[in-house]
Design a binder for this molecule. Structure first.
Ligand SMILES: [Zn+2]
Length: 333
């Protein structure tokens, strides 16, 4: 482990266990952001998956560490704190998008350690076979569905003026995965229609990737998980005109109202993107709170429509002390 990483780990641990750290974190809350929990850790280690995926061993390691240092509470306990009896800082878990693996791989561990969580659904995907473009394109280009679909997609990408970088032929797996990560990030600037056409060129996976409403209700009935909206189509809200923004917000809100017993009064911006117009519309759709992706600690005084979170990657889940270092940095006034 590099010396810098060891120093961060040690300082993070000291901070959480010092009177100063305890004092700074009292009455505030840490909101963590996750996406997927895969079935194996090695798959999650690869750079092009690392940011959005954690493996089951790393996730369990994270939960054990969180239970040791924090009170793990539901999101609404952080937003409506009431009287806090415990001296320990509080943390809550949020998952974006609504991946099926949240029910299959994450939930059994949440249940084992009795850690509450909130899942934010891109509602058009729930109970459908509609796919997220970055996942379909990424895995097809990675070769997860074989060589033929990969070559076909590469041709389609060439046609929209996005040839695959030559480094994707590197023999080193990690370097190849890192190249794919950067390439996928560069595709975010393509028009949504192009992205959805390219997704249609990818092979259909045998199982749906998103949760269905039955799974949503079963998780909700456990009392451990609550749900909120994360867009309907996952369109970036700041890029929509007023009418499409209104449709996107209404459709996702109504889907949650139909599909859940007790949806959260919290919106979660796709990609974390919001501006004054989006925040106003979200408030007008009866959401007093919304989650962004800006880093920081929730202290009650922050803008309730731009709540900060700390992203958890496979690397952080494997080394949660790195998270305490980032919390320490986020706690500095
Ligand atoms: Zn998302």
């Amino acid at each position: 482990m590099p010396i810098k990483t060891s120093i961060k780990r040690a300082s993070g641990w000291l901070y959480l266990n010092s009177p100063l750290g305890r004092r700074q974190l009292r009455g505030s809350g840490v909101i963590l952001m996750l996406h997927r929990v895969l079935a194996n850790d090695r798959a999650a280690d690869l750079p092009h998956r690392n940011e959005l995926c954690v493996g089951p061993k790393a996730f369990e390691h994270l939960l054990v560490w969180l239970k040791k240092h924090f009170d793990c509470v539901p999101l609404m306990d952080i937003l409506h704190p009431g009287t806090q009896h415990s001296e320990r800082p509080r943390v809550t878990l949020t998952f974006d998008d609504g991946w099926r693996d949240n029910a299959v791989n994450a939930f059994p561990l949440l249940q084992k350690y009795q850690v509450p969580a909130s899942i934010f659904l891109s509602t058009d995907f729930i109970g459908s076979r509609q796919r997220f473009w970055w996942e379909s394109l990424g895995e097809t280009l990675w070769g997860s569905h074989g060589e033929q679909p990969r070559m076909h997609l590469i041709e389609c990408l060439q046609q929209v003026g996005r040839p695959l970088p030559v480094l994707m032929d590197d023999v080193d797996v990690d370097r190849r995965s890192l190249t794919l990560l950067h390439y996928l990030q560069s595709l975010k600037t393509l028009a949504p229609d192009d992205l959805s056409r390219l997704t249609d060129e990818c092979p259909e996976e045998s199982l749906p990737q998103a949760l269905d409403w039955q799974q949503v209700r079963a998780l909700e009935a456990s009392g451990l998980v609550r749900f909120g909206p994360h867009g309907a189509s996952h369109a970036i809200l700041t890029g929509l005109d007023d009418q499409r923004l209104n449709e996107e917000l209404s459709r996702s809100r109504d889907a949650l109202l139909n599909g859940c017993n007790r949806p959260l009064p919290v919106y979660c911006y796709p990609n974390g993107d919001h501006d004054a117009r989006v925040r106003q519309q979200v408030a007008d759709h009866a959401f007093p709170y919304a989650l962004g992706t800006g880093t920081g600690i929730y202290r009650g005084a922050s803008d309730p429509l731009a709540l900060p979170r700390f992203g958890v990657s496979q690397r952080t889940a494997r080394n949660p002390e790195l998270l305490s270092w980032r919390i320490y940095r986020g706690a500095q006034p």
